[in-house]
Design a protein. Structure first.
Length: 267
């Protein structure tokens, strides 16, 4: 594998109805879509993009299970996509006008303390249950990649965040693929509780930079607590089976899993 080129090129979301879900992503979140394709037998893909970042909505002729109801933020099944917004109020108002989605955050957009990055954020689920997040940076704290505006309040995908049970094991796995630690924080307090819908959270957040490009990047979320993580296996056709597709690997395309079962496709 060529670590110098490895970058997150697209995110595959399994969907029970890609055409219907595409309508939500375009209408509520500002994504643009390309024509539907059937790259292999039994698979239907609706390609979407937001700025320079890509999401594929993937349906199967033999569908799997729907997304489990109310998967908590500490569960390894929980994997969200963070969308950078230039106008949190405008993005939230447009979302609120669209049917089918459900909030995760309990009190609307939440401003986190400076120790937790000082960002404003709002977490929610799309009509099929995939977790998503609106993310707005504080004045003077916007990364260079997002120092721009556009006609739409949603600018692009900043990162995908995955919940992990063992931070050290996950970090070792991703460092083995060439990722490096870009940031660390411990997020606690009422603001984090409102954002996550998790009582009294203490979350170790580790930002990982892919070796090929800073954005989109990956975040590891490790919640402290005696949580039961049994029975959380996910089949490849299940709606919760999100796949992060990384390009630049000098090997035959293959899918691997990290220590918590999150899927990565190296191509």
């Amino acid at each position: 594998m060529s670590a110098e080129l490895l970058r997150l090129s697209r995110i595959r979301l399994v969907s029970a109805d890609p055409e219907a879900l595409a309508g939500f992503f375009t209408g509520a979140l500002g994504f643009a879509r390309a024509p539907t394709i059937r790259p292999v037998s039994g698979e239907t893909v609706v390609p979407l993009c937001l700025g320079a970042q890509a999401v594929d909505l993937v349906g199967f002729d033999q569908p799997g299970r729907p997304y489990p109801d109310d998967v908590p933020g500490w569960s390894p099944l929980f994997q969200h996509i963070a969308l950078v917004v230039s106008d949190m109020g405008g993005a939230h108002a447009r979302l609120a006008a669209c049917p089918g989605w459900r909030p995760i955050s309990t009190a609307g957009p939440e401003r986190l303390p400076v120790a937790s990055g000082g960002v404003s954020a709002f977490k929610f689920r799309d009509p099929e249950g995939h977790p998503l997040e609106f993310l707005s940076f504080p004045p003077g704290g916007t990364p260079e990649a997002w120092r721009r505006t556009g006609p739409d309040p949603c600018l692009g995908i900043d990162h995908s965040a995955i919940s992990v049970a063992d931070e050290a094991a996950s970090l070792a796995f991703y460092e083995g693929l060439g990722f490096s630690v870009a940031s660390r924080s411990i997020n606690t307090g009422p603001e984090q509780a409102h954002l996550d819908g998790v009582p009294d959270p203490r979350v170790a957040v580790t930002g990982l930079r892919p070796p090929g490009a800073p954005t989109p990047h990956l975040e590891l979320l490790c919640y402290a607590g005696a949580f039961s993580r049994a029975g959380l296996a996910c089949g490849d056709h299940d709606v919760a089976a999100t796949v992060l597709v990384f390009s630049g690997a000098e090997c035959a395309p293959r899918t691997v899993r990290d220590p918590d079962g999150h899927r990565l496709r190296l191509a």
